[in-house]
Write a protein that binds this ligand. Sequence first.
Ligand SMILES: Nc1ncnc2c1ncn2[C@@H]1O[C@H](COP(=O)(O)OP(=O)(O)OP(=O)(O)O)[C@@H](O)[C@H]1O
Length: 318
Amino acid sequence: MGVEIQVNDLTKSFGKQLIWGDVTLTVPAGEICVMLGPSGTGKSVFLKTLIGLLKPDKGSIIIEGTDIASCSERELYEIRKLFGVLFQDGAMFGSMNLYDNVAFPLREHTRKSESEVRDIVMEKMDLVGLLGAEDKLPGEISGGMRKRAGLARALVLDPEIVLFDEPDSGLDPVRTAFLNQLIVDLNAQIDATFLIVTHDINTARTVPDNIGLLYHRHLAMFGPREQLLSSEEPVVRQFLNAQRVGPIGMSEEKDADELAAEAGQELPPLPPIPLQLDPSNGTPRRSQRPAGEWCRENGVTPPPGSFESSNAGLAPGV
Ligand SMILES: Nc1ncnc2c1ncn2[C@@H]1O[C@H](COP(=O)(O)OP(=O)(O)OP(=O)(O)O)[C@@H](O)[C@H]1O
């Protein structure tokens, strides 16, 4: 079913360095959310704060009535059982084969017999398309396969929330497309809440139900995919369409001279909003909304060509 994550007024600093402040958002139960932002804006810090690895300075994170930001270690231990995490590099133990890597959380956190462990491991290996690779060592397989193995391991305790830290980092566009399809199919199958941190604009444009953008020490926007993809807000528009013209510069914000030099430059029109990626079996996910529904309900005219099946989803220049 998945559970909701309610983030209220969250602020995190390291010493005097504010990473982000006053972040408020709700990750709805069972939906897929993507968190974007230029490098260094604190996306990984945000994920680590959600699972209680880092303590915020202020604010709350409510999951099933418990505030992760202020609960006891024991409560945190219990709440963490709801999470599965896919770390950037898969975080596999190099000396263990894939079977033992995937079995690890079950052997650590449950009292299941080895035959029960085997059934679960093989089920999850099948789910991520890795049956037959159980005996391989992480060093013997491709980056894409390592991510799949990491995903199988993230799923063995049947999580209600799955966090993905840059699942596409280091993958070529074809492997990324396969992984995105796997993420959508998994969400349809297990109905858990998914939160994905990524730099990949195409993933952000086609996979999630909701998109968030961290920029300049705050949450610039969070909302349904169609809201952000039709937004004229300069930071959102620039980032989601991978453009150079706009407030974001090479090292975060542009200075006044750079912005003045851009004044009068015409912005390219917003590209069409692509169709959302469907599960492979063609049946929409429980949380999936019909194409164009948000725009219709909010009186927003989407850019011409939006939601056409010929539209591959790539933003210009991506
Ligand atoms: N444990 C820590 N102690 C001090 N500073 C930290 C710590 N962890 C992260 N930071 C700082 O927090 C900032 C945000 O880092 P973070 O890795 O979350 O960014 P990011 O948005 O995920 O970046 P990228 O997209 O490049 O992965 C950086 O300036 C980083 O140096």
